[in-house]
Design a protein around this ligand. Structure first.
Ligand code: AMP
Length: 409
């Protein structure tokens, strides 16, 4: 049960798969697929270790249960070849610090040398395998490679939500050979992202932003008859404004999505869903920092200028629309928030979401970053660790990595 502002907000779990607690892992070898795909700087230093921290509950549980804990992940895009720039070595160091215990490091993720290392593990030991994507077979969901991975363990746990939408060997293929269950992070992601849509505490409001309508169309279609309000900002708002007959100057527009945008508006209307678009915008002739900016109503964007953020009246409107929300899902920034001049709308909405007396769920890397920049992450009920995976869930689609797990009896 989530607690926010002193109230309990009960959302119903909807995971029908085994979880790590259902498996007798004591003294057994457990292969845990994690998402340790952390950002590194030029000196290969980890700049943000949230992805590692997110899997600590699962790893610590397995250690405490006395399992032999084998961790595996991908890191970056080494394109199927060994490349020291994408070694898991920096992760080993950080994991040791976070777990406060020794973490063994395997030079590969399959093969006799790794099997030897595993055979010498004692209960409660932790071993991290080298980058799964040093083998091209991983992304091909190759059967022999999946089998080679499975040889290392008695049980398989998926805690890599950020990769659960990929049908890769360590996500899908391996489950053919081992009893397979969800880790705590995966379970939590499903409970929040599916629970909030399938058993919502109403009013449920979706805030969508980001560059393109095409990237979020599946979410809009799925949510059209499930939410009470939809707020749209960011670049995608201009396609909607244009579909409604507004002049949008040189703002971002997807011409091939205009009909679709019109259909979405109709469908929201039919379902009695309140629909909010920006009523004013911050415009500029170029995105360059220092370029002249103006605030105009959405009806008055001149030729040669483009909308790059929502304006103050839109912030007020959107914030008022959030006032009575009991659940909020937010995915996508309200403007080009990477540039200071166009970041105010997104940061203001971050504050409004954080202040809302509601269960608040944030998904997508950009939105997560905006929440941190606004300094309000502690006030958000749940921040998803997966961009693509969280969108796919909000589209109402199954994730291959979850479907592949063993069913609860
Ligand atoms: P997405 O990955 O679709 O969520 O898009 C995120 C990107 O959308 C960010 O990099 C923003 O800079 C960009 N974006 C947001 N608002 C606008 C806008 N009005 N015009 C152009 N790009 C935008």
């Amino acid at each position: 049960m989530a607690r926010k502002n002193g109230v309990d907000l009960d959302i119903k779990g909807v995971l029908t798969k085994l979880t790590i607690e259902d498996l007798p892992i004591k003294g057994k070898k457990v292969f845990i697929r994690t998402d340790f795909n952390v950002p590194l700087d030029d000196n290969l230093k980890i700049t943000d270790d949230r992805r590692i921290r997110s899997s600590l509950p699962t790893i610590n549980y397995a250690i405490d249960e006395g399992a032999k804990v084998i961790l595996a992940s991908h890191l970056g895009r080494p394109k199927g070849k060994v490349d020291p720039r994408f070694s898991m070595a920096p992760v080993v160091k950080r994991l040791q610090r976070l777990l406060n215990k020794e973490v063994l490091f395997a030079p590969d993720c399959i093969g006799s040398q790794v099997e030897n290392l595993v055979s010498r593990m004692k209960d409660g030991d932790v071993l991290l395998l080298e980058n799964l994507r040093f083998h091209a077979e991983e992304e091909k969901n190759d059967e022999a490679f999946s089998k080679a991975l499975s040889k290392l363990a008695d049980y398989y746990i998926n805690d890599a939500f950020g990769a659960a939408h990929r049908a890769h060997s360590s996500i899908v293929g391996i489950t053919k050979f081992l009893p397979s269950a969800a880790g705590f992070l995966l379970k939590k992601e499903i409970e929040y992202l599916k629970g909030v849509v399938e058993n919502p505490i109403r009013p449920l409001v979706a805030i969508l932003g980001g560059a393109k309508v095409s990237g979020k169309i599946g979410v809009l279609e799925n949510l059209a008859n499930k939410v009470d309000k939809v707020i749209v900002g960011g670049g995608m708002a201009y396609t909607f404004l244009k579909a409604m007959g507004y002049e949008i100057g040189d703002s971002m527009v997807e011409t091939d999505m205009l009909d679709m945008a019109g259909n979405i508006i109709d469908s929201l209307k039919k379902n009695n869903v309140k629909f909010y678009l920006p009523v004013d915008c911050v415009i500029a002739q170029s995105i360059e920092p220092g370029a002249e900016t103006k605030i105009v109503t959405s009806q008055e964007i001149p030729k040669g200028w483009r909308g790059l953020d929502i304006g103050p009246a839109s912030v007020k409107l959107f914030s008022e629309a959030l006032q009575n929300a009991k659940s909020i899902i937010w995915n996508g920034p309200m403007g080009v928030f990477e540039v200071d001049a166009f970041s105010r709308g997104t940061l203001a909405i971050a504050h409004s979401v954080a202040d809302a007396f509601a269960l608040t769920i944030v998904g997508g890397g950009d939105t997560d970053y905006a929440i941190h920049r606004a300094g309000v992450s502690d006030a958000i009920t749940f921040i998803s660790t997966g961009g693509g995976a969280s969108l796919q869930l909000l589209e109402g689609k199954d994730l291959p990595g979850i479907s592949a797990l063993s069913d609860k009896k």
